[in-house]
Design a protein around this ligand. Structure first.
Ligand code: ZN
Length: 225
């Protein structure tokens, strides 16, 4: 792996790469459901399951293309802004990020539990799948001109990780989970009017869902890797 341009976008990812729960005043989407999970311990157990699934998934993909796979170094929960740093930069509250400098994922656990409760448990797999995809982009030395290209590709790769895991039997989705993904991705889209080329752009909700859905149904071949 070469350091490549990915190393240069640390600050952008830190500033921009996050998944927001729907706004408080948003009406609940059809199919959106509370799953009753409330504790941080349960959340962390579920997240660890998603990490293990992602590790197995990407190890198999790398093996199939005869490349050595190095798993992500760690996944860290934090509760306060600045508690975890990426290089010289403090990671802010209400965020989940992949830090290329330290090769770890960090997430604000209180924020993530609220998102999990509002959006549903399937969305946790999306969140982890998206951040893990950034770790894979770094390993592959993926290069793009614009942030939005990294972000939509990561959404596609998260879709492939989830769809392929369902097809292989490693992950079982419940009724309503696909709707959770759709509602969640629509909710995290950029505000209308944000230019697609802005350094913090991730894509509109429709673009994000479309990218996720193509990875979900057509696997990694849809993701331009
Ligand atoms: Zn991202």
């Amino acid at each position: 792996m070469r350091a490549g341009p990915f190393a240069a976008i640390v600050a952008i990812l830190l500033a921009a790469c996050f998944v927001e729960p729907p706004r408080d005043n948003a009406p609940p989407s059809p199919g959106q459901q509370e799953d009753g999970t409330t504790s941080i311990e349960e959340f962390e157990a579920d997240l660890n399951g998603a990490v293990n699934l992602a590790e197995d998934y990407w190890a198999a993909q790398f093996q199939a293309s005869r490349q050595r796979f190095v798993p992500l170094r760690s996944v860290a929960a934090y509760r306060r802004a600045g508690e975890v740093a990426c290089g010289q930069q403090a990671i802010p509250e209400n965020n989940a990020v992949y830090c290329p400098a330290g090769d770890f994922i960090a997430y604000d656990v209180d924020w993530a539990v609220v998102a999990f409760q509002r959006i549903g448990d399937a969305f946790l797999y999306y969140l982890l799948g998206h951040e893990y995809a950034h770790a894979i982009q770094a390993r592959l030395g993926v290069s793009h001109e614009f942030t939005i290209q990294f972000e939509l590709q990561a959404d596609c790769m998260a879709g492939a990780y989830i769809g392929d895991s369902v097809r292989s039997g490693g992950l079982r989705l419940d009724d309503g989970d696909l709707e959770e993904f759709r509602a969640g991705l629509i909710a995290v889209g950029d505000d209308p009017g944000q230019p697609w080329f802005a350094p913090e752009s991730h894509g509109t909700g429709e673009q994000r869902y479309e990218s996720f859905a193509s990875g979900y149904s057509d696997s990694l071949g849809a993701c331009g890797l």
